[in-house]
Write a protein that binds this ligand. Sequence first.
Ligand SMILES: [Fe+2]
Length: 169
Amino acid sequence: MAVLLEVFERETNLSTEDNNLNFLLIDTMLDYILNFPQKCHHPIENSILKSLVRRDPEKGEIATIIVNEHEKLTNLIIQLADKIARVKLEDPLFREDLVNTVREYRELLLQHMQKEETIFFPAAEEALFQADWDIIETRMRDKGDPVFGREADRQYRALHKVIIEWGGK
Ligand SMILES: [Fe+2]
């Protein structure tokens, strides 16, 4: 995600210098962000958070922070999609705005992921029982959403690889 967002920021930055944007690359990245972290990671993490608070109520505060950040990230992604659509319509007023929103999303997501890796995931690993993990996995499978499937997971990993190679050129 860190590399993908770097490519995203660099690509949208071109718009402020009056360059033509590679909308195919931008749309592909937006599709990835919309479908992978938004629909796949955040619901799983929210589910883990619920179990964590049940097992260890003292972790309620960090759980609230993480859930709020997921909501904030979702709002930013909606704004991003809207601004990309406006820049496509050649609305120059939104170019700077788009770059700022990408930067805001990137900064929030990076510090959010760090918080999860250093505080939330270790706390969940310590507090949850195997039965909790089994329930979380079953619940995710029961949703029937294609993005939770293993096939889709593979597809998004492949898409991620393409974006990184493409953007790296
Ligand atoms: Fe998260």
